[in-house]
Structures are given as structure tokens and as C-alpha cells.
Design a protein around this ligand. Sequence first.
Ligand code: SF4
Length: 455
Amino acid sequence: MNFYIKTYGCQMNERDSEALSGMLAARGWTRTEREDDARLLIFNTCSVRDQAERKALGKIMHMKKLKRRNEDIIIGVIGCMAQRMGDELFTELPHIDFVLGTGQLHELPDLVAQLVEERGVVHRAMLTGYSDDVLSGMSAHCFDENTPPVFGSVAITRGCNRFCSYCIVPYVRGREISRPADDVIAEIGQLAARGVREILLLGQNVAAFGLNGVLTPPPEDVSPFAELLERAAGVEGIARIRFTSPYPTYFSQRLIDTIAAEPKICRAIHLPVQSGSDRILKAMNRQYTAVSYLEIVNRLKRAVPGICFSTDVIVGFPGETEEDFAATRALMEEVGFDNAFIFKYSPRRGTVSAKHEDSVAMEDKERRNQLLLDDLAARSLRHNLALIGRRVEVLAEGPSARNPQRWCGKTSTAKTVFFAPIPGVNPGDMVTLEIARATHMSLFAGNISDLPDNE
Ligand code: SF4
């Protein structure tokens, strides 16, 4: 029987969908990319913004026509919106069969089996409780037999205890829980045995791994996350380790020393800052100031020469003035971010900040958003031009999606490099290339000059 799964939102959701696909495949289901070819349709939803929910609701509403054509198909809504709305979804979408929240995703195969076996008896099912088993139950992976996997994602924590005033995550993904380190290392070992070379460790706050959800930053000599990184680096076959997202205040000296000492840990840190204004950071309930954030960045820069940073920023948070925005712009220039996810503030029902007036006009949000994007493009072009003539180590991924005549890969600093295929080099191999050309988005190796230019 075929199943179709559509994923909305973040890397955590992508990873959840991959694990669920692996679990269903182990029960004999086959994944299809076509809704009308599936007996089971799953929508893994996101609640980070109203718009994300509306998009999913619109899509699922369309599935009504498939149900009319075939009463036997099973439609389910899972993930953050399922957790937030619960049985309200049966009213909004009377044609769906189950609702499965973020805290019991690992129950999906049994829930579906029951709906299949008891078709006509059991009409609907809903699970929106929280169980720690969701962590260990979601370690399956599914691979395409034809293309050896170069990358693998591993979820190490779930949920969040920080309650930033604009964020819905703690309300829909529950309290922060960490997986046992042995489980994580075992999963990385399985991935390495399949040929995976680069691991992405995932969590809402990965740097809080193993700290049992405490809010206070760990002492400078403590970081269970650093210990996990050291063990992951020791797994044979693993060449690179990335992680997202860490909360700034968990960067103890222990963690910084581990990053500095272990070359497999990528020299690109995603460190969400959200704002450069202390007044706005306080209103966001972010537990640091611009100065303390910069202090963490500077400690990392001193310990790890050449390290690069990316971040998340919100413009137009309630009450944000031109001065606040200028502080954000100045901080971003001082850190020298190579990349950033910039969001225009939109109130999220159920969060603390949604109670405040959304006071910044949309045109100001758009202007500030564009200014930061322009700064970013100019800065990353400057940084990339400085790499011309330099030799960089690249993890080869294979033919580029847009131009299969070319190959692409990434540097440890998360920069994309395009190069001409090299005889004997396979996906997952490390190659050292000299950079000949650069744009603000990409780098081009010297051996590419004889290929047509349409990247
Ligand atoms: S740290 Fe803040 S922004 Fe990030 S998931 Fe937790 S509550 Fe949301």
C-alpha cells in the first residue's frame, strides 16, 4: 500500500517525516509523491506562523475530493498544528481520519494499522499527549537505494523550555527532553555504516542537550553537548558534524574548547540573535544582551580562526523603533554574519507577545527586512571575494540540481562551491579546490571555467 507525506516548516519536521517514512516502510508501506496514488495521506504541519497553518489547511481541504472518490483512503494531520488545534481539526476538516500531535508521533504505524484493520468500525483517532518515548521511537531513516546518502540528520532533543514571547514552539512541541547519548551515537553509527559522511544534530536548543531542561546556563566547565560532539566525531566514517539550533547562553567555555579542538565540527555556527536592541531582547524574553551575545561570538572567533556565523532575526517586533533597528543592523555588521533568516514579525495566537499591539507598520517591516537583506548580500559577497585564489576543502555532494554537468559541495564554513566533475571523485569524498570566482551566494572552483555558466 502507498503512503504520501507532505511536510511543512522546519528541519525538525523534515526529520520527523523521514523517521515516520522509515517506520511505515518497515511495516510494508511504499512512499509515493502523488496524492492520488496513495491509500494513506499524512500532512506534517507547522504552527510557527498563521500563514503556515493556513497553507496546510487549504491543501488538506482539497483532499476532500480524493475521499469522495475513494472512501477507503486514510487522511491524517500530524505535527505542531495537530498539537495546537487537536479535535478542532475534525470540525474544520470533517473528511480527515486522525490527528496526531508532536508528543506521540512514534505511535503513527500502530494508529494507522488500527484504522486500516478496523475500517468502518473505528472512524477517527486522536493522540495529542506527550510521551518521552517519542524521542527514542523516531530514529528510523529511509534511504534511496540508488543514491548513497552523504548527509544524515539526527534529532537529539525535543521541545523547548525558553518561552520566548513571540514563539509558539514550547506550546506545541512540549517540554525540553534529551535523548540518551548512547542512542544518538548508535544512530550516527548506523548512518555512517550506510555511507553518511556529514551529520546534522537537531533540536530546538541543542546546546541544552543533557541538561534536563534547566534554564540557567551551565557552568563554564560543563557541556554534555560538547561530550556528545566529541563522541560523534569519534564515529568511524563521519567527516563532518553540524548542529542547529543552539541558544546563545549555553555556549560554555567547555563547548567552545571542544569546537576549537575538533576539526570535524563545522566552522559555521547558526546562533539566533533575533534583535540587537536590549530593550527588544527583554520584550522577547531572550535571556541575553547585545553585549553578552557579542562576547560569546568573540570568544568563538578567538578560539576558532575563520569561523563563520549565521542567525535568525525578527524585524518589526511590537514597539521596535528606528534606534532599535539600527542596533540590530550594527550588531549584524559587527558579527559579520554570512547568512541569516530574517522574519517580519507576525503575532502568533497563544503567545505572550500576541497580547501586545502589532505596532510597527508593514511598510516599515518590509523596509527594515530589505535593508538587512541588502547588508547581508554585500557582506557575504565581500567575504566570498576574499576567498578567490584560496584553496578550500569541499565535501562533494554530486551533480548540482540546476546543472548536472557541474558538481557542487560545501566547505566547513557552509559555503556552496561549484566545480567540474573530477575523475575518481564520488559523492561524500573530500576534495581541495582553488576558488577562481565568487558571487554573494556561491563560490566557483578554477576547474569550472570550461563549462557553460547558468548557475
Ligand atoms: S528558544 Fe525561543 S525561539 Fe527557540 S524554540 Fe525555544 S521558545 Fe522558540
